[in-house]
Design a protein around this ligand. Sequence first.
Ligand code: ADP
Ligand code: MG
Length: 259
Amino acid sequence: MTDPRPLIEIEGLHKAFGDLHVLRGDDLVVREGEVTVLIGPSGSGKSTLLRCINQLEEPTAGRVRIDGVTQGYAEQPLADGRWQRLSPRQIAAQRARIGMVFQRFNLFPHLTALGNVTEAPVQVLGRPRARAEATARELLERVGLADRADHYPSELSGGQQQRVAIARALAMEPELMLFDEPTSALDPELVAEVLAVLKDLAEGGMTMVVVTHEMGFAREVADQVVFMADGRILEHGTPEQVIDHPRSERLKGFLDSVL
Ligand code: ADP
Ligand code: MG
């Protein structure tokens, strides 16, 4: 059997904010349909890595390719070998292929759950409202909220709001999904319902990168676990390799703190 094709290819990625050198030149490949769980202490660069994948940050050096196309640049170099920067509009089009869900759900407070999931397909993709609403209802059903379509965010629990945020991202029909600590802002009893949605997505074949400290989820769902510290990837491999057989003292110490 051949490996699935690489969907995200990160090469020599550096990101600095002034003197602060946050990402320090590592490579990473995420294959189609795979789940990558990113772990590491606070400040190690996990969010910055996701933000570079999604072009919310511009790499200082190195590159990110999605489906073979370098993010932020035209597919082919110019005749003189220089690479051509894409326009903001073209970058937005690349970004639209990637769904992102944050720790804080940031739903539109004045729109119902259905309205939140319908808004971008209508405004950004130009879908007819009736069709967007039909899709939104299917997505709300998929995240277990069919009966909450007409509720406003203030009427929903944190776990329900996060599930609406996931449905909202899925409504844009992304090729891959990035999750940045999607359960860290939730009360403990609400974590499982959100992780169940992520697991269902993974089983449906969605390519996902998930920053989380939920080791049970990582063990059960991840194809690869990546441990970052100080802007470097110190260890990566299967959950068994990384979680059960850590090699470095750094990873052992980190696992002790979260397990
Ligand atoms: P993690 O998600 O692993 O906690 P981050 O990627 O958020 O880590 O942050 C890594 C480091 O980069 C931290 O020291 C953080 O303060 C710094 N950082 C992140 N974003 C910015 C920014 N926009 N400007 C300056 N420093 C930043
Ligand atoms: Mg972070």
